[in-house]
Design a binder for this molecule. Structure first.
Ligand code: GUN
Ligand code: FE
Length: 421
């Protein structure tokens, strides 16, 4: 079936480029985009049309790194560095997801929070619990969120008896979990938490599984200096952190690595060569004092970069806020160490939060023909205005001054999944 959306259509077809079609027409057939037009082609003249008036019809967000079981601890433990924060706050919080009723309640709320704020694609960590991970996947599917979810693997340096598996258990549960993943829009991704959490034996087993089944992989890389030092001690044979993943076949174009704050030229070259996607988590990197990632260098070098909220290292789930945090982080880097490095513009930040993530799911940037429709409809802002704002200015204000309830409607994988009551 052909359907038409009319409004001020905003898309990011390339890094730094905003394409705006005022009072344009977005045409889709069976949920797949046919094109964006200034004038409605005659062949679609009789198709059902939804007129969103002056609202912005924009690409929805892809949150490429977040921890679902940390949703209840947003904004907690923010005075601690990574490794202490994990032991003190994170692991005990994740341990609660052994309780499936609790998991259901929290994950239902998380799924609604994602959708009502315009995130329709995710690359997400669950906890190590198989049952709670299925529940998470069910709740995302039910709400209309699409993407990848991973049951976490951790067989060392967790909380023994509370949040840690044996190696055998971790492998067995991962296989059981994969067997039970039959969701249309939410797919499994292998998730070794990070090198300090996984024995060599577990990493090797996961690497074999990734290869055999062609699975995607997500983990953490070079986030914090203490962590990097620890990894060096655990793998004296590896010159750099990334090699601890590469060694086991976990470093391919189907890999996403969160943070990469301290990745130097050599590590970045390894990302580029393998086609690994970096997920920049500016909010989290600032909160737990990990550092400021060299995003501009990565982009210049042709490394793939997308954005993640990394809740609850990040304290903002909403991707408008995450875009603003990324822009501010790039400005901090410019001010502190190199005034010749351009900061991220609003258009660039928004591209990274939308099109860059889209690419990981095999789609073309922007509202390209052939993409499945992932869109949000954004009402005009209700703040005092100095004059009538252009659509680009309205997007900028949404980034810097996200307003509760501004998302009017959401489309995900071609389905209208939310309309503001
Ligand atoms: N490294 C290993 N686990 C985590 C986590 O839960 N959050 C962050 N930010 N880094 C990690
Ligand atoms: Fe993380």
């Amino acid at each position: 079936m052909v359907q038409v959306l009319k409004g001020n259509i905003v898309q990011a077809p390339a890094l730094g480029e905003l394409q705006i079609t005022e009072q344009g027409y977005l045409v889709m057939e069976d949920g797949v985009i046919r094109g964006v037009y200034d004038r409605l082609p005659l062949e679609y003249a009789t198709a059902p049309l939804v007129d969103y008036g002056q609202a912005l019809v924009m690409q929805s967000f892809a949150d490429m790194h977040l921890h679902a079981p940390q949703y209840p601890m947003l904004g907690m433990g923010m005075d601690l560095p990574l490794l202490e924060w994990l032991d003190t706050y994170t692991f005990p919080t994740e341990a609660r997801f052994a309780d499936t009723d609790y998991a259901r309640r929290i994950y239902r709320r998380l799924a609604t929070d994602l959708i009502t704020n315009g995130t329709t694609r995710v690359c997400m960590f669950s906890s190590l619990h198989t049952d709670a991970t299925w529940i998470l996947m069910e709740e995302l599917e039910r709400a209309g969120v699409t993407g990848y979810v991973g049951k976490v693997n951790m067989d060392r340096n967790g909380l023994p008896g509370v949040l840690q598996e044996t190696t055998e258990e971790s492998i067995r549960e991962t296989l059981r979990w994969l067997e039970g993943c039959h969701f249309d829009h939410v797919k499994p991704i292998l998730t070794p938490r990070f090198t300090p959490s996984c024995t060599d034996e577990l990493m090797a087993a996961l690497g074999r599984l990734a290869q055999e089944k062609g699975l995607y992989v997500q983990s953490h890389l070079s986030e914090n200096l203490g962590e990097i030092q620890w990894v060096k001690e655990l793998h004296p044979d590896c010159q750099q952190y990334w090699e601890t993943y590469a060694k086991y076949g976990l470093w391919t174009s189907r890999t996403v690595m969160a943070h990469c704050v301290w990745s130097d030229e050599r590590e970045r070259q390894a990302m580029k060569d393998a086609g690994v996607t970096v997920v920049h988590c500016a909010d989290s990197n600032q909160n737990i004092c990990s550092g400021v990632a060299p995003v501009r260098a990565m982009l210049n070098e042709g490394v793939k970069v997308a954005l993640g909220s990394d809740i609850a290292g990040g304290d903002h789930l909403h991707m408008f806020d995450v875009v603003a945090a990324s822009i501010r982080a790039s400005k901090a880097r410019r001010m502190m160490d190199d005034w010749s490095t351009p900061f991220l513009t609003v258009a660039e930040g928004w591209y990274l939060a939308t099109s860059a993530g889209e690419e990981f799911f095999g789609e073309q940037p922007g509202f390209a023909a052939g993409n499945s429709l992932h869109a949000i409809v954004l009402a005009d802002d209700t703040l005092p205005q100095p004059r009538t704002l252009t659509p680009a200015e309205r997007l900028e204000r949404a980034v810097y001054r996200r307003q509760e309830g501004a998302v009017q409607a959401v489309w995900s994988a071609g389905r209208k999944i939310y309309a503001k009551p």
